[in-house]
Design a protein around this ligand. Structure first.
Ligand code: PLP
Length: 493
């Protein structure tokens, strides 16, 4: 659609070639025609604007004469690259701090905004959360999408806010096989990743001023969701067995967020006794436990521990799962399993949020699970990540020896490496030094509650994700890290 300025139309109210020329020139300068740089055809534009093709052609000829576009026989005109400016910067008319916002908006203003990664040449990045593109089951997914697209004649209607029956049925079976979770179809709510699942929990369970219990250190995206809802965080320390639940006894709060299968970020697995302590606490205060089971598919040298949800038969626990670690974070597919008495309110919250998760994607995932391809894929990536983890642990041991202590390697897709002899205060300089060498490393300390100073570690620590890296890159990355620490320790002594 080519937007003509009202002022640009001629006095007689008719659109002339000059108006079209001016509008297109402005669009070209703003980069409106995107990567391909293709303008609309003369026929299409003439129809859209209600003018003759000749009028459009006059405008095209003028732009061509000035070197803005190239005209090709039988093809749509194309922008000549050199003439393209960058996309428009959004013009600010007011200082954003002066805009009146809702209480929610005002709270979010205090959070650090999302920003694109600073450009720079990173050779190896240990960022947690990314997956290797070669791990994605492309052929099986393409087949599942094609099957889903062919099967659904009713795609032109809205779907069930809880998710398609087909996907929920597939998930119900998967949850039973993989996590020993037994639930009714109606307890499952398909969401756009765990993030939306947690957001629905905040909407449904928290009011401004309420308190929520959260691990310290924690998954900061979860903390921000609950804090964004106006609730205050009560950080509870974490040790090698996850959240220290012994301290909860007297703590009145509405909700507790935990990652018991693989504490994020420290990696502890919560033993059964602590799980029962947590559930007793929830019953005592009529609170809810949100169990984020984000990477339980990856377990290496340990036996599975049943999820909290299974221990209570659903009472007071909301289970949250995702395919962000098994398929791709960009798919934005996850699921909640909620207690039976909360089904209706969660379904309404999801409906009001976005009606439902896109149907094609839901059906494709259902098809992948039903065909068995999902579990075949899981076995493959479990093996690949087992190899990556072994490579990382070996490299850290051989290259760094007692300069590092590794924590949380029994499960998941990351480990924590504590850097002996390097104080926490040196983390920023360390990260900058790494970046200059093309090494992406990520500090653990931002994941600690700033006001619970007794928990803050005294040495620098790194959260090292390995699921996006090939084994050679992992070795290379640890090699770079060893060089960096060598220089750093020299500088500190
Ligand atoms: C603790 C935790 N939960 C959940 C997720 C995944 O979130 P989502 O499903 O929104 O992609 C991550 C991703 O890194 C995580 O670290």
């Amino acid at each position: 659609m080519v937007q003509l300025k009202p002022a640009g139309t001629s006095a007689k109210g008719r659109i002339g070639a000059q108006d079209i020329y001016a509008a297109l020139k402005e669009h070209i300068a703003r980069g409106v025609f995107g990567e391909t740089g293709q303008l609309p055809s003369s026929r299409g534009l003439a129809q859209e604007l209600g003018v003759s093709r000749t009028t459009v052609m006059i405008a095209f000829e003028q732009l061509h004469a000035e070197g803005f576009i190239e005209l090709r026989q039988g093809a749509r005109p194309r922008v000549v690259r050199a003439a393209v400016g960058g996309p428009d910067q959004v013009k600010r008319t007011r200082d954003p701090r002066q805009v009146r916002l809702s209480a929610y908006g005002a709270r979010l203003r205090g959070f650090s905004p999302w920003s694109a990664e600073a450009p720079g040449k990173v050779l190896v990045d240990f960022r947690h959360g990314d997956l290797a593109s070669a791990d994605f089951p492309s052929a099986a997914w393409r087949k599942a999408v094609a099957e889903a697209a062919a099967r659904r004649p009713d795609r032109l209607t809205y779907g069930d806010p809880r998710g398609s029956v087909r996907l929920r049925r597939a998930l119900q079976g998967y949850l039973w096989r993989a996590r020993t979770i037994r639930c009714e179809l109606d307890q499952i709510i398909v969401v756009n990743g765990s993030q939306q699942g947690l957001d629905l929990c905040a909407r449904v369970l928290l009011d401004p001023g309420d308190r929520f219990v959260i691990e310290n250190p924690c998954y900061d995206m979860a903390r921000q969701i609950f804090a964004g809802a106006g609730a205050s965080a009560v950080p509870v320390p974490v040790d090698r067995s996850g959240m220290e639940t012994g301290g909860l006894a007297q703590l009145d709060a509405r909700l507790a967020y935990v990652t018991p299968s693989h504490q994020f970020p420290l990696g502890g697995v919560m033993p059964v006794a602590r799980r029962h302590q947590l559930l007793d606490w929830a019953r005592q205060f009529d609170a809810h436990v949100v169990e984020d089971d984000y990477d339980s598919e990856f377990r290496y040298d340990i036996n599975p521990v049943p999820p909290l949800f299974g221990l209570t038969e659903g009472g007071n626990v909301i289970y949250c799962g995702t395919v962000s670690k098994t398929l791709a974070p960009g798919l934005r597919l996850g699921y909640l399993v909620v207690p039976a008495e909360l089904q209706a309110v969660f379904a309404t919250a999801k409906l009001l949020c976005d009606r439902h998760t896109p149907l094609l994607q839901q059906d494709a995932l259902a098809s992948l699970i039903e065909s068995g391809a999902y579990e075949v894929h899981l076995r493959r990536i479990r093996r690949l990540n087992h190899e990556r983890r072994a490579t990382l642990l070996n490299a850290l041991r051989h290259r760094l020896g007692d300069k590092v202590d590794v924590e949380g390697a029994d499960a998941g897709l990351h480990v924590v490496a504590w850097l002996n002899g390097i104080p926490r205060s040196a983390e920023t300089a360390l990260l900058e030094g790494a970046r200059a060498m093309g090494l992406g490393i990520h500090a653990i300390s931002p994941l600690y509650a700033a006001d619970a100073t007794e928990s803050l570690p005294d040495r620098a620590g790194l959260v090292m994700g390995y699921s996006a890296l090939q084994t050679g890159d992992i070795e290379r990355g640890v090699h770079l890290l060893a060089d960096l620490l060598e220089r750093f320790s020299g500088g500190l002594s």
